[in-house]
Design a protein around this ligand. Structure first.
Ligand SMILES: NC(=O)c1ccc[n+]([C@@H]2O[C@H](COP(=O)([O-])OP(=O)(O)OC[C@H]3O[C@@H](n4cnc5c(N)ncnc54)[C@H](O)[C@@H]3O)[C@@H](O)[C@H]2O)c1
Ligand SMILES: [Zn+2]
Ligand SMILES: [Zn+2]
Length: 370
């Protein structure tokens, strides 16, 4: 049942999952009025992140239904609150995973809002007014301007959309380890999906030797020819894994399913670091020997802060980095999610919201507060 919050007066057409089948159907709901700190955005495109699949199907057991997924949003500003000086009507903007944070803690003050304890997400979060947040699988969004970024003029709005989550999620750990400004390292990217393919592009743009580590031998050619990867290791091939031992300075692990980290850690040099950004619903296997015998570290990282997101967008503009996408439409979201589950997309679905008709629903499906 959708919430009833007094100033939620704007009727919005969107697409939601209603139970753990994850099936997405048209959904009409309400958003808040544009507040003094808000911008209203006409959504043009929204990427389909693997997280949307986890959430639609309640993989993590935390989904509040109905859930309107989507946190890789691009669009155009149509309304600006009186406190907003940084955006104007007509601006090309993007919104990622953040809807609200406390604004007061040390992390918020240092623009590491992604580590704020009170962080609320763009969907399946609880906003300051107590309402459940609804994401970008919808025609319109009201967002606090502090979590909105500008999209560089030279980047297309569809292929830029996944940068808002996939992009910043892989940029942040690279930046954290100074890899955006110290070229010449040997970097491994595990899992060549939405996050992984952007990681390869960033790795190359920042001047590194990039090795893709994947279970799919069929991805080798495209990884090298198309994404510019220097090397490719099939993680199920013992000989290749053996040959790659102690060869990498840093590994970014984007795998979405449970797996063992041990053999991957063996690919790191002594004192190397693996940053895990993938979020399987089951724990990893983490044997101690590859860690202790190589003084290796395993760390996690979640999305990125707002300053980092702006920095990443500027870098993408400068290096002309966008995502490789397959455009889809709202009526095909279910097929797209099934294909994401089967790893059958190169490399990100993006929903063309701008050109889709508004969602229509039967009267009995309209939420009760309309
Ligand atoms: N940390 C964060 O802030 C953050 C942000 C976005 C997404 N995520 C998570 O990252 C993961 C990846 O997201 P994505 O959108 O890139 O997904 P994706 O589906 O596009 O890519 C996942 C990749 O993992 C590979 N994979 C799946 N199972 C595997 C297995 N058992 N062994 C090896 N490889 C396997 C797939 O082939 C695919 O290449 C998801 O779990 C998602 O929820 C985390
Ligand atoms: Zn995401
Ligand atoms: Zn905070």
């Amino acid at each position: 049942m959708a919430q009833t919050t007094p100033n939620h007066t704007q009727t919005v057409s969107g697409w939601a999952a209603h139970d753990s089948s994850g099936e997405i159907t048209p959904f009409i709901f309400k958003r808040r009025e544009n507040g003094i700190n808000d911008v209203t955005i006409k959504i043009l495109y929204c990427g389909i992140c693997h997280t949307d699949l986890h959430q639609a199907r309640n993989d993590w057991g935390i989904t509040m239904y109905p859930v309107v997924p989507g946190h890789e949003i691009t669009g155009v500003v149509t309304k600006v609150g009186s406190n907003v000086k940084t955006f104007s009507v007509g601006d090309r903007v993007g919104v990622g995973c953040l809807a609200a944070t406390c604004l007061e803690c040390d992390f918020c003050k240092e623009s590491q809002e992604n580590y704020c304890e009170d962080l609320q997400f763009t969907y399946n979060g609880i906003f300051w007014d107590g309402s459940i947040t609804y994401g970008g699988y919808s025609k319109m969004l009201v967002a606090d301007h502090r979590y909105v970024v500008r999209i560089p003029e030279n980047l297309p709005m569809d292929a830029a959309a996944p940068l808002l989550c996939a992009g910043v999620t892989v940029f942040s750990p690279l930046r954290d380890h100074d890899l955006h400004k110290t070229p010449g390292k040997k970097i491994g990217v595990v899992g060549l999906g939405g996050l992984g393919h952007v990681a390869v592009k960033f790795g190359k743009a920042f001047g590194h030797h990039v090795t893709v580590i994947s279970t799919s031998p069929s991805k080798e050619k495209e990884a090298k020819d198309h994404l510019g990867a220097d090397d490719f290791i099939v993680s199920t091939d013992d000989q290749q894994m053996q040959k790659g031992k102690r060869s990498l300075d840093f590994i970014l692990n984007t795998v979405s399913a449970k797996h063992c980290l041990g053999p991957l850690l063996e690919l790191l040099k002594v004192n190397g670091t693996m940053v895990v950004v993938g979020a399987p619903d089951q724990p990893f296997t983490l044997p101690s020997f590859p860690m202790i015998f190589g003084k290796r570290a395993v760390k996690g990282s979640v999305i990125g802060g707002m300053d980092e997101t702006r920095e990443m967008m500027e870098l993408c503009g400068k290096h002309n980095i966008t995502c490789d996408i397959e455009l889809t439409s709202p009526d095909k979201i279910n097929q797209a999610l099934d294909r994401v589950a089967k790893n059958d997309v190169r490399y990100r679905f993006v929903i063309d919201i701008a050109n889709a008709p508004a969602a229509t629903v039967d009267d009995d499906q309209i939420c009760s507060n309309l």
